[in-house]
Design a protein. Structure first.
Length: 620
């Protein structure tokens, strides 16, 4: 327990939940890291597609970024209204389900789950990419570094919301501070030199022009740049994590996040054009991230450069925290409607929905391994889930305002948001389909099928187990008790005593494998039957089953089922005596026959077969 407390903190009581709630200062690193850190890879994803245009491609990043910022502002106003309408958390799944129906809700749920998994994977891989651009010798360890950061993030997030926010405060504000200094310093230099500043460290030369600009290429660039908008919904999902007044604190946090993101996106785009900075091949030798080139061009490669790159690495890696914060909340909301296993509803020792974190970590690890931890390979799968969720959420809000009879202004804001994000979704889907977006198109309906299957199971279970009638007390009789008897010792004695106290109809079953030195038959009459006769109690029967192939479990289970069929109107209770050791590692010194027997009885049994544990605790 002390080890767990050291790693994850002491267990928190339910009454301590209020202390775990946060304000805007902690909300920024918890719910804003994904959106803010996307400024590091969103523009780079767009510039990567502009590489064939050479220097001309760099100049197109400003109008593309302008379009993305306009879309970002529209989404911002839409989500402010969502927070106001759903003060208990109004993520796309909740809004779509309540206003557009269960089908739309499942579509939003599948899209969001994929988006959060990709958020974590892309954030971690982008952070490692930033490190590799500064230290190219680490490139061969890309995947190992990604998995190591995933492990660290998991340990930090398992400590709870408040501790996570405190842990991420310094890296977040260091990231924002250094990048804003780069943007301000670079902007001043650009103004002084009439838009043509001289870089302190010249960026890599841009390749020659190999293709012409087309509308198709421009749409692909825009769709890649839209990855900078992922994570905007996080605040509306986690409104209940904020302290009172929750709605005001959530709105303020969203406003700060969007304002900072606009500054970062606009500043990076303008400085890339001014300094002639383009993307380099992410998988090639000598790769340098755009922010690495920009920082070196503006401030050189001194201490400030390494502090900036370090903060970028930390924040990009920690940006996965948004997924850690929201994915468990999303899976809980889905599980509450019976579309996911109910384990996702349970809260862990630090008031977290721990099973959601376990699932997220597993999926992210698989994704990183499959794609080798390279951001550029993951980007084509990205943004579709986010924009599908955006669109469904905003469309749901239009219906919500209509039902509430609110002013037309509310519907217009969300309607514009739904139209803008819906159009962007189509652009991203078409532009990225062959590059890997088709995987998301397959995964979304696959997840919906899984969720519907889970719901059907719960519905069938509820229907079959429902029993509104009063308790039936007619026909009650003691069960027929069957107990396995391997050898005579204190363990089997405890089981037999309980069996005799439980029912007058007891059968001890000994499976004889042919190699016993001390058979139960030899001592049965003297050590078992005689004391029972002297006490005037009903005598248990001893049944011997020959097992020529030395099998124990199958002959015993077959015997139990055969006996149950003989008296189908009566329950059969199987008592399983077992040794419980003091230390977990001592289990390897004893066979696990009792556990296997219980498993087989549960799998092959029926409602008239009851399995009861009879533990014997070993104290020495």
């Amino acid at each position: 327990m002390r080890t767990l407390d050291l790693l994850f903190g002491r267990p928190l009581a339910t009454s301590e939940e209020r202390a775990e709630q946060i304000g805007p200062s902690a909300g920024l690193p918890i719910f804003g890291l994904d959106a803010l850190s996307s400024a590091a890879y969103g523009p780079e994803a767009a510039l990567t597609l502009l590489i064939p245009l050479g220097i001309a491609g760099v100049h197109h990043i400003v109008p593309v970024t302008t379009a993305i910022i306009i879309l970002l502002v529209i989404v911002y106003f839409s989500y402010r209204q969502t927070i106001e309408a759903y003060p208990h958390g109004g993520g796309s799944y909740t809004v779509a389900t309540e206003n557009l129906g269960a089908g739309a809700g499942l579509l939003a749920a599948a899209a969001l789950m994929i988006d959060y998994i990709l958020t974590a994977a892309v954030g971690i891989s982008a952070g490692v990419g930033a490190l590799i651009s500064a230290a190219p010798g680490l490139q061969k360890h890309t995947l190992l570094l990604c998995l190591l950061i995933l492990l660290i993030l998991t340990l930090v997030n398992m400590r709870g919301v408040r501790d996570t926010g405190v842990a991420f405060l310094i890296p977040t504000y260091l990231f924002l501070g250094t990048l804003i200094i780069v943007i301000i310093l670079g902007g001043v230099k650009a103004l002084v030199h009439d838009g043509h500043p001289v870089p302190v460290v010249a960026p890599p030369a841009l390749p020659p022009v190999t293709t012409a600009l087309t509308w198709w290429l421009l749409l692909k660039v825009f769709s890649s740049g839209c990855t900078a908008m992922t994570g905007v919904e996080a605040v509306s999902n986690g409104v209940m994590a904020f302290r009172q007044p929750t709605t005001k604190n959530a709105k303020n946090t969203l406003t700060i996040i969007i304002a900072l993101l606009i500054v970062l996106l606009a500043g990076i785009a303008l400085l890339c054009r001014a300094y002639g900075i383009g993307a380099t091949d992410p998988g090639g030798a000598g790769y340098q991230s755009v922010l690495s080139q920009l920082t070196a061009a503006v401030a050189g490669k001194g201490i400030f450069y390494w502090v900036t790159i370090g903060s970028i690495l930390l924040v990009l890696s920690l940006s996965a925290n948004t997924a850690f914060a929201d994915f468990p909340r999303l899976t809980r909301a889905i599980a509450l409607r019976d579309y996911l296993p109910h384990a996702f509803i349970l809260r862990g020792r630090r008031l977290l929905y721990s099973h959601g974190i376990y699932a997220l970590v597993t999926f992210v690890a698989v994704l990183l391994i499959l794609f080798g931890g390279v951001t550029d390979r993951l980007i084509p799968l990205y943004a579709i889930g986010a924009f599908l969720a955006f669109t469904l959420s905003q469309a749901g809000m239009v219906v919500h305002w209509y039902k509430q009879g609110h002013a037309m202004g509310h519907m217009i804001v969300n309607g514009i948001g739904a139209a803008a994000t819906g159009l962007t979704l189509l652009v991203v889907l078409v532009a990225k389909f062959l590059d890997g977006a088709w995987i998301t198109v397959i995964l979304v309906p696959a997840l919906i099928i899984v969720m519907r299957t889970v719901r059907k199971h719960y519905d069938d279970t509820a229907k079959e187990t429902a029993h509104p009638e009063p308790l039936r007390v007619d026909g009650l009789q003691p069960p027929r008790v069957i107990i396995p008897m391997d050898k005579w010792n204190r363990i089997s004695e405890k089981g037999l005593r309980f069996a005799i106290a439980m029912s007058p109809d007891v059968e001890a079953v000994h499976v004889e494998c042919g190699d016993e030195e001390d058979s139960v038959c030899q001592i049965w009459n003297d050590l078992v039957v005689s004391p029972i006769r002297a006490a005037g109690l009903p005598e248990p029967r001893l049944t011997i089953i020959k097992s020529p192939y030395r099998f124990f479990i199958q002959p015993f289970v077959d015997h139990v089922l055969a006996e149950q069929m003989k008296s189908s109107d009566r329950q059969v209770a199987v008592l399983v005596p077992e040794l419980v050791v003091k230390h977990w590692y001592e289990n390897v010194l004893h066979n696990q026959r009792a556990n296997l027997l219980k498993l087989f009885l549960l799998v092959r049994g029926n409602e008239n077969v009851v399995v009861i544990n009879i533990p014997w605790y070993l104290h020495k």
